[in-house]
Ligand binder design. Structure first.
Ligand SMILES: COc1cc(COC(=O)c2cn[nH]c2)cc(-c2cccnc2)c1
Length: 249
């Protein structure tokens, strides 16, 4: 998978050189390229923003530098992208996007080419997204209901969530199966040595070796945690009102 990231703070994306994503880059599993939006300006001050039409505080990112950056990326990938006929995905982290969830990460992990646009200021001129729809599948996606100063932090999270699902990036693909949200529920609690720690013991069931009962216990724990912390994830009939659970205690 190729991932291009466009930003005015390229140094923010250095975290993509570290750990599993960094290893996948070095092994060629992920082809991640970082682009400075200011390289696509033509004035002496390398201007990327201007005042908002209609007034209001803050500045808005000009569409032209973005269009030049995106055209350059599309042109550099034209052969590969055209190979399967699919347009690259333009992924835009923004508070006004649809919610980024594990299901979205799974979907994006199937793309051959992602282009991530890191907005700053009050956002990017809306006409850029309308224009980009001819070259890209445009996806405006929110990490959550809060506002960041720029899309870089959200881009790191989204790239990690997607990148780790690309075959070969995570050593043991088994570890991708039983994780939070992969089955729609929160993950069960995990424990390791010592079996007794500061007078707190690991649940006996986990030391029993009875894998059937352990699996059932873990699923019960997932349900209890999801009911307590994220009832919104459960289908309506499974949230019992007033149902005390382990995680409530
Ligand atoms: C592309 O347009 C953007 C992008 C971002 C950065 O992303 C997030 O904040 C985010 C991403 N998921 N959850 C939050 C911030 C704004 C923005 C809007 C209004 C006032 N201030 C800033 C606009």
């Amino acid at each position: 998978m190729r991932i291009d990231v466009v930003t005015i703070f390229p140094e923010y994306l250095q975290a993509l050189d570290v750990s599993l994503i960094g290893k996948a880059r070095r092994e060629g599993l992920l082809d991640i390229r970082i682009h400075d939006l200011r390289d696509h300006t033509s004035d002496r001050h390398r201007t990327v923003d201007d005042t908002p039409y209609g007034g209001g505080a803050g500045m808005v990112m000009k569409p032209e530098p973005w269009a030049l950056a995106l055209e350059a990326i599309a042109a550099s990938a034209a052969d590969a992208d055209d190979a399967d006929g699919a347009r690259p995905v333009l992924l835009v982290p923004t508070p006004s996007g649809t919610l980024f969830r594990q299901s979205v990460a799974q979907e994006l992990a199937g793309a051959d080419h992602l282009v991530v646009a890191c907005g700053r200021y009050e956002g990017i001129d809306e006409r850029l997204f309308e224009w980009a729809a001819e070259l890209f599948e445009v996806r405006l996606v929110s990490l959550g209901d809060y506002v960041l100063n720029g899309g870089e932090v959200a881009a790191l999270a989204m790239i990690e969530a997607v990148g780790r699902l690309v075959p070969g990036v995570v050593g043991n693909p088994e570890s991708l199966v039983e994780e939070s949200h992969s089955d729609g529920l929160l993950e069960y609690p995990v424990y390791t040595k010592p079996s007794s720690w500061r007078e707190r013991d690991v649940p006996e069931i986990l030391l029993s070796g009875d894998h059937g009962r352990i699996a059932a216990w873990r699923h019960d724990q997932q349900l209890a945690r999801t009911r307590a912390r994220r009832p919104d994830l459960l289908p309506p009939e499974s949230t019992v009102p007033g149902d005390k659970t382990v995680s409530d205690l």
